[in-house]
Design a protein around this ligand. Structure first.
Ligand SMILES: Nc1nc2c(ncn2[C@@H]2O[C@H](COP(=O)(O)OP(=O)(O)OP(=O)(O)O)[C@@H](O)[C@H]2O)c(=O)[nH]1
Length: 641
């Protein structure tokens, strides 16, 4: 092996080993994938916040994949759930699922099918137990019992309505059953109404309560989401019912403190749960752990208590005009948009943002659609600066981010959101949420998907316009060519009959011409040449004649091959003698030709045209042809040469 090739091979091997070593080094920081339905909703915010705190403390990466309920039949939900497809073992070591994202209605087989190969190790289920997996659950009954005890003993309520959550959800059923049995202890039989976990169903329920049970005292909702929606409905649409019912929830979500009155609810010990999750990840026990945490009631204003006003979310920040996303981040080119986006990200204290676009064209989701293999890092922002040096690199989508970008900071707290507009899926965005407000992400993702889609369509439209212009120009050129072709005799490149008529009419119209000569010319004895020397020799003779005509007559004269061996020349000379001399010159030039096996000559008929109102070109040509015929006759009878 030559020394230089050997050196290059060594260099390449070194590069591969270095990359491998880097990935392994990087792998030593464990990564947890967290599957969540909307991060800003309900209980998710708190699950995320505590896991983030714990992961940071223990130097573990946390990547949150935001989707909807995995089994949802709705197309909109399925579109969101495409984010879960990005989970894979190249980046992820462990998975934490939540019951909202991966519900208990998912069979073990369906679960295995979905998660098979996405990670090699530990899976922890939040809020539900699955065979051969760890779980972190809450004991709903402790908090429920405290809540009921407070409503009955402290507030002396007697008439209760209990709202049931989704019928097939184990957590909802447990909450419902423990509330009913707690009330039974006080000999209270409540009215039972059906809802789901969602605010839409809850609004219908509160409308029914206002209509059918206006004298009831306490309404126990299955979760905070539904309780908050009911309070919000009363605040906005039925203020006369404000404070008429005690309304309580379950989950102690972030919004429980943001609604008025603040919500009495049941708290999950999220900090302890997150600590347990990280402990399981660190110790990886061989036995499957089912950790259950007691819930406790939290009393605020919505049950009728007073003096429990708490601060609202401490990260809540008021926007000023400068923060208005719609007005400030609009652009029709990637570069301009990414510059504006960088400013918006730094104003919002978001640590990093990577926009990854699939290399393939945008696609509509089908049941079997898989994540495209190759992506391009279209935009990279980190800690206040756009990092153009990382942009435009193609990478394996399984890595979620190119390795050099992924390694910028460890541990990290990433959020992966699917990027699509209407039906068209075209990539995903990865934010680092170590700092900044998660609420801002919602605005940003809408802005990113809309703007990128507009830019995509705009660029497509521009290239279609360019293509159109190119086609129009090429059509115009073809048209000119076609016109020339349709007016030209292919063999001699002289004008053909059509070209001749066009040219002569144009000349008559555009000049103050009064007289000119029309010459009808015909080759002598072409038939004989054809018969004796072959048709090709005849063709060659015609071409030679055309060339001689071109050389003898002036460029301004109009020469045409009117058919076969016949030519018509329009010479702008009114003196017949001069024209005669020119035709003689044609024959003397033809006689000089030495590259033919035979001699050729032409006969001519000359007709002097005088232009007047009733000038008839057809007739003039006929007259010239007649003169030609006379000359042919004279030649035949040997009267002239
Ligand atoms: N090689 C060749 N022959 C052609 C072409 N067009 C017509 N001809 C033939 O040329 C001959 C022309 O006939 P005429 O002009 O009547 O006869 P000629 O032999 O030239 O006799 P005169 O004009 O009386 O001298 C015919 O046999 C046609 O078939 C052509 O493009 N190439």
């Amino acid at each position: 092996m030559p020394v230089s090739v050997f050196a290059i091979t060594l260099k390449l091997e070194r590069a591969i080993w270095l990359t491998y070593w880097q990935i392994m080094k990087n792998k030593s920081t464990k990564t947890i994938a967290l599957l969540l339905t909307e991060l800003t909703r309900n209980n998710n915010c708190r699950i995320f916040a505590e896991l983030k705190k714990e992961a940071t403390k223990q130097k573990v990466n946390l990547i949150t994949f935001e989707g909807r309920t995995l089994q949802s039949k709705s197309y909109a939900d399925k579109q969101r759930n495409f984010a879960y497809q990005l989970i894979n073992k190249a980046r992820v070591d462990h998975i934490i699922t939540t019951s909202a994202a991966v519900p208990d209605s998912l069979t073990s087989k369906q679960f295995d099918n979905f998660f098979n190969g996405k990670t090699e190790q530990l899976i922890i289920n939040y809020y539900l137990k699955r065979p051969k997996q760890h779980s972190i659950r809450v004991n709903n009954s402790t908090g429920s019992a405290q809540l009921v005890e407070h409503l009955v003993n402290h507030h002396k309520y007697e008439k209760f309505i209990v709202i049931r959550g989704p019928v097939r959800d184990a957590n909802a059923n447990q909450r419902f059953a423990t509330t009913i049995s707690s009330l039974e202890k006080y000999n209270i039989t409540p009215v039972e109404l059906q809802a789901t976990w969602d605010s839409q169903a809850s609004i219908q329920v509160i409308k029914n309560i206002i209509k059918d049970y206006p004298d009831y005292q306490a309404v126990i909702f299955p979760n905070d989401e539904t309780a908050i929606a009911a309070l919000d409905y009363i605040n906005n649409f039925k203020p006369e019912f404000k404070g008429r019912f005690a309304i309580v929830g379950f989950d102690n979500s972030e919004n429980a403190k943001n609604i008025s009155p603040q919500l009495t609810t049941v708290d999950h010990p999220h900090a302890a749960m997150a600590q347990k999750a990280l402990e399981l990840i660190n110790t990886q026990p061989s036995e499957y752990v089912d950790a259950i945490f007691n819930t406790t009631a939290v009393f605020r204003g919505s049950c009728g208590c007073h003096g429990h006003i708490e601060d609202t979310c401490p990260t809540q920040r008021l926007f000023t005009g400068n923060y208005n996303i719609e007005e400030n981040i609009q652009a029709l080119s990637h570069d301009e948009y990414f510059e504006k986006l960088s400013i918006a990200l730094s104003e919002r204290d978001i640590l990093s943002c990577s926009i990854c676009l699939y290399q393939s064209e945008p696609f509509k989701l089908e049941a079997t659609t898989e994540v495209p293999q190759v992506s391009k890092l279209a935009f990279q922002y980190y800690n206040g600066t756009r990092q153009t040096e990382y942009e435009n690199q193609a990478f394996d989508t399984a890595l979620i981010l190119p390795d050099d970008v992924y390694q910028q900071k460890q541990p990290q707290c990433l959020l992966v959101k699917n990027l699509f507009y209407n039906d068209a899926h075209f990539g995903y965005v990865v934010f680092d949420l170590c700092q900044g407000r998660i609420q801002d992400i919602e605005d940003l993702i809408v802005n990113i998907s809309t703007t990128l889609n507009i830019i995509y369509l705009f660029e497509k439209m521009q290239s279609a316009l360019k293509e159109n212009e190119r086609l129009v120009a090429s059509l115009a050129k073809d048209n000119t060519n076609l016109k020339a072709i349709s007016a030209t005799d292919e063999m001699t490149e002289l004008l053909n009959r059509r070209g001749f008529y066009q040219a002569i009419c144009q000349r008559i119209e555009n000049t103050e011409l009064t007289e000119f000569s029309l010459i009808y010319a015909d080759m002598d004895k072409l038939k004989y040449v054809n018969d004796t020397f072959g048709h090709q020799a005849g063709d060659l003779a015609i071409e030679k004649m055309a060339n001689v005509l071109k050389s003898v007559f002036r460029a301004t004269d109009i020469i045409c091959r009117i058919g076969g061996d016949e030519f018509v020349i329009c010479a702008f000379i009114a003196d017949e003698n001069i024209v005669q001399q020119m035709t003689q010159r044609v024959n003397s030039e033809l006689a000089k030709l030495t590259d033919l096996e035979f001699k050729i000559s032409m006969s001519f008929g000359i007709y002097l045209c005088k232009l007047s109102e009733d000038f008839d070109l057809e007739n003039a040509i006929k007259q010239a042809d007649k003169k030609l015929y006379q000359q042919k006759q004279l030649k035949k009878h040997g009267l002239i040469l």
